[in-house]
Ligand binder design. Structure first.
Ligand SMILES: Nc1ncnc2c1ncn2[C@@H]1O[C@H](COP(=O)(O)OP(=O)(O)O)[C@@H](O)[C@H]1O
Ligand SMILES: [Mg+2]
Length: 415
């Protein structure tokens, strides 16, 4: 089977790496890919929004399956587009991807099907929301409805913070139309864990749980980033919690989607908070998470293409998906100023890495040399018996990666 992966970050490198191992993959292609992906797949520089251009490439390369990884092309209907043209595409349709692309849709959905989540009120007028915050309890959380590059969520400690946030999201429209509707949400306290799952429209199969570290610096200091590292499974996601998750969250989500007439085929990402009051959903994503995927996929034993086909054919229940009983661990190697002031184009040198896998995120080849081309440059990944040995393994190798101002958190997995 000829497979095309859409996207070009560390997550897509992990997806390509896993697809490459499948007995069923003949040709592997990726748009746009990066310098690491280019070593294992044919890459092509096209925008992920150029559906017609990608379709031309699909025909040219005899692609049988398109794996759509990032949120934006999913929300814009890339899976619908290819399916309509008779090409198999893995991922939810635009309608199904609303679980992520509209936080108001997701909240109404959870409330309708009794899925535990933070209480919230949905506003579409700045005046009404300002009136509301006059008497609200703090801290509270403001959330832009639409996709906002992970920056549309503001935790507000005071009324002034909230008023400024409302201006940013709804008046000066920092995230465009994503802020036309804004949710005001109860602030949840607890520990965050992620569970990603495969879904075939009827059945759901969980991947190992995971945790990521979003802040830029050690000790959870600094700005929020796309993620500085991750590990799987999470020691906090116990078998009791897993049972609670299946009964109260995962299965009702699948049943709810079906009742709404939505056939969800792809990955559902559940962002969860373990609160004193039980597990609650913080958000859904309609695809694999980054960098959680880089920690989770190295644990997969079953052929990845078999799983994708079972999802597309609606027979996930018949497939026994096997995971290694180990810990997957990944640390992001970032550009110096990430996430604020990223300088790109620095030359990279990589020593002899032993016992680890290097996923490229923001890399390119310029004049025959490997250079940085993004904020997150690499994810160095290792698999070991437990978190401590995985930490030792990865941190023991990481300084072999060198470029100007390169930086990483040294406390990934210390939780
Ligand atoms: N209701 C809430 N209570 C406490 N923290 C929250 C709440 N909602 C979101 N957060 C925090 O903000 C982060 C981002 O929010 P999320 O809903 O995941 O949006 P996105 O990933 O689209 O930015 C979460 O990972 C969590 O740390
Ligand atoms: Mg999130």
């Amino acid at each position: 089977m000829n497979v095309l992966v859409i996207g070009g970050g560390g997550r897509e490198h992990a997806v390509c790496h896993t697809l490459k191992k499948s007995k069923k993959t003949d040709k592997l292609c990726c748009i746009p890919g990066n310098a690491g992906i280019a070593k294992i797949a044919a890459t092509k520089q096209l925008s992920v929004f150029d559906f017609d251009g990608i379709y031309e490439y699909v025909k040219e390369q005899n692609i049988d399956l398109v794996f759509v990884t990032p949120d934006d092309p999913l929300a814009k209907g890339m899976v619908d587009y290819f399916t309509e043209r008779g090409i198999k595409a893995f991922g939810p349709t635009a309608s199904a991807a609303r679980l992520e692309s509209s936080k108001a849709f997701a909240k109404r959905f959870m409330n309708k099907y009794g899925i535990p989540t933070a209480q919230s009120i949905i506003f579409s007028s700045p005046d009404e929301i300002r009136d509301y915050v006059e008497t609200a309890k703090f801290p509270l959380v403001l959330k832009a409805d639409g996709l906002a590059l992970g920056k549309g969520v503001l935790i507000c400690e005071t009324k002034d913070d909230a008023l400024r946030g409302i201006d940013e999201l709804m008046v000066s429209k920092a995230f465009g139309d994503a802020g036309n509707t804004v949710l005001v949400e109860e602030f949840l306290r607890g520990r965050e864990v992620t569970v990603m799952a495969f879904c075939d429209g009827e059945h759901i199969k969980l991947m190992p749980s995971s945790q990521d570290h979003k802040r830029a610096f050690d000790g959870d200091k600094g700005l929020n980033t796309g993620g500085m590292g991750a590990f799987a499974p999470s020691p906090y996601f116990t078998t009791d919690l897993e049972a609670e998750f299946l009964e109260k969250i995962a299965l009702p989500t699948v049943r709810g989607l079906k009742s709404e007439g939505i056939v969800y085929k792809g990955v559902i990402y559940f962002g969860l908070m373990i609160t004193a009051d039980g597990l609650k959903v913080i958000e859904y994503n309609s695809r694999l998470g980054d960098p959680e995927t880089e920690a989770v996929l190295p644990l997969l034993e079953t052929d990845f293409v078999d799983i994708i086909e079972a999802c597309l054919d609606g027979r996930l229940d018949k497939l026994d998906i096997k995971w290694r009983d180990k810990t997957g661990f990944c640390v992001v190697v970032a550009s110096g100023g990430y996430p604020e002031h990223v300088v790109k184009g620095y030359e990279i040198s990589i020593g002899d890495l032993e016992g680890v896998t290097l996923f490229h995120a923001g890399t390119a080849v310029k004049d025959g040399k490997l250079v940085t081309s993004g904020g997150r440059v690499f994810e160095l990944t290792g698999v070991a018996d437990d978190i401590e040995s995985a930490r030792k393994l990865v941190y023991g190798q990481i300084d072999k990666i060198k470029f100007k101002d390169c930086r990483y958190r040294s406390d990934i997995g210390r939780v």
